[in-house]
Design a protein around this ligand. Structure first.
Ligand code: TXE
Length: 479
């Protein structure tokens, strides 16, 4: 499989003819190559985007909307093919990609295709001075979208769809670890009638192609999802260039369980919030705090449930947990298990690499539950981003709030309780951009999405992201 850049509506080789090998996580084998793009490729993509901008930004909203809805439908029509590709590239179970990743990619285009028709600006009458102000919301021009490997097409389109809806042209780079569905998106956009040059997709390493996008003086905004350290680097590069930035970074999210919760619903959802997508979702609740009266029961029920999860080849429909995304990532996650052990954590289940028969070199790992007696250990403070959770009892609301808020991250939090007043108190006091009460990852695309502290800056979703991808300009008219 040879993946190419998608520039000006065409698939092209990288100018320098340098390539990167692409690995299949399920068996550890190389199955293709992708462009090792450089600044030169980014420049060609930028020029294509810049040339397309005058026409795309002047295209009536109804027409832009129609094209976005076409893309949504074309993704849907290619569901099977895209899900299989996503799984091959990322290691996630095909059934998960079919149920979540690809439908959501389609929904992203459908949602913003509709949302843009409802997006409006404000006017302010300045009473007593005979003046009226109205605010234009103009597209920025060419914008950069950089996405990670955990939910490849899902997150790639979560940025691209609103950028395009708002009238921008895009230079986008998917993760070099999972380029395949982004590659396929080019053809889908052509089939759906997206004009040439409106979306350009450049593949390659973050420090080369990604960095060139961020450094480009005329790319006006950067929408990035990925690791916190990368986010800091991007911010350091983009801030002196006065670019708009939206950074959605890591998380170390608390899952806070009170004894009065609906226990069965809680435990079902907690299995999901811990290990969905092999625990590689920035929203996973990787720190589980349980109120002491139900701690022992939770511990034994939860571990029993986790031990039943089936790890295996992503093509197998009976599998709950597929492969981790890469060898490096698997090693990083396993290192954290050792760190936790050295810090006194007790491994209740998992903790090891798992060999799937016939796919011995695949990057599999058993889902892992670690009991910790202090929230201060590294396993409880640093983002592991794999199938690893810690569990720990707590006694009071004040105590659990304090330990929940003590980490550097603040993306999401889950609270399980049937006490309304406590729900209100906790939701207000918790340091995070998103709070789920008695549920997890229930998404409504109209809501603001993003984190505080080291989890990022800015909000995606709904009109928030359409505001990000437009520049407000106030016009004041005296009459
Ligand atoms: O992501 P990177 P990595 C976390 C998770 C993971 C860690 C590192 O903890 O273990 O981050 O993952 C591009 N300029 N998350 O290293 O490097 C890169 O090519 C411009 C959380 O794989 O942040 C890719 O397209 N771009 C996260 C994208 O950034 C650069 C999801 C993300 O890669 C760049 C993934 C640069 N200098 C990992 N350097 C979440 N929030 O969901 C890299 N990139």
């Amino acid at each position: 499989m040879i993946i190419k850049n998608f520039i000006n509506g065409q698939y092209v080789d990288p100018i320098g003819d340098e390539w990167i090998e692409n690995y299949c996580p399920a068996d550890g084998e190389i199955y293709g190559k992708i462009p090792d793009s450089t600044r030169d490729d980014v420049e060609v993509a930028y020029i294509a985007a810049k040339s397309a901008f005058p026409s795309w930004s002047a295209t009536p909203v109804e027409e832009r909307s129609r094209i976005l809805l076409n893309i949504a439908e074309t993704i849907e029509n290619n569901l099977e093919r895209l899900a299989e590709a996503e799984s091959e590239d990322n290691g996630k179970p095909v059934k998960l990609a079919k149920r979540i990743d690809i439908p959501r990619a389609s929904q992203n285009f459908r949602f913003f295709g509709h949302a843009i028709t409802q997006f409006s600006s404000e006017s302010h009458e300045t009473v007593g001075k005979n003046a009226i102000n109205y605010t234009l919301r103009q597209p920025l021009g060419v914008v950069g979208c950089i996405s990670p490997w955990n939910l490849p097409l899902y997150l790639f389109t979560w940025k691209i769809a609103p950028a395009l809806a708002a009238g921008n042209c895009v230079v986008a780079k998917p993760s070099e670890i999972t380029p395949l569905t982004a590659f396929m998106l080019g053809e889908i956009c052509n089939d759906a009638g997206l004009p040439k040059g409106v979306l350009n997709i450049v593949h390659g390493f973050g420090h080369k192609a990604g960095q060139a996008i961020v450094e480009h003086p005329d790319i006006k905004a950067i929408s990035f999802t990925g690791g916190t350290q990368t986010g800091a680097k991007i911010a350091a590069t983009a801030a002196p260039l006065f670019k708009k930035m939206s950074l959605e970074l890591g998380g170390k999210n608390p899952n806070i369980i009170f004894a009065d919760c609906d226990y069965e619903a809680m435990i079902d959802t907690t299995v999901q919030s811990s290990f969905s997508n092999q625990g590689q979702i920035c929203l996973c609740g990787s720190r589980i705090f349980i109120e002491r009266p139900i701690y022992d029961k939770f511990k034994s029920d939860f571990v029993a449930r986790i031990e039943k999860l089936r790890v295996g080849h992503p093509n197998d429909d009976h599998v709950d947990i597929g492969a981790l995304v890469s060898k490096d990532h698997l090693e990083k996650v396993l290192d954290y298990v050792d760190i936790a052990k050295n810090e006194g954590g007790k491994i209740l289940c998992g903790g090891e690499r798992f060999i799937v028969k016939g796919f011995d070199d695949g990057y599999y790992m058993n889902p892992t539950v670690i009991e910790v007696d202090s929230d201060d250990c590294r396993a409880n403070r640093e983002e592991i981003f794999g199938p690893v959770v810690t569990i720990m009892p707590f006694d009071t609301e004040e105590e659990v709030l304090e330990i929940s808020n003590k980490v550097d991250y603040g993306l999401s939090a889950t609270i399980w309780t049937n006490d309304l007043s406590r729900t209100m108190r906790m939701s207000h006091a918790i340091h995070s951009g998103i709070v789920w009460v008695n549920t997890w990852m229930l998404r409504d695309l109209r809501t603001p999405f993003g984190g505080v502290k080291n989890s990022g800056v800015g909000r995606e979703g709904g009109f928030e992201v359409l505001r990000f991808f437009t520049e407000p300009k106030n016009v004041c008219i005296k009459y």
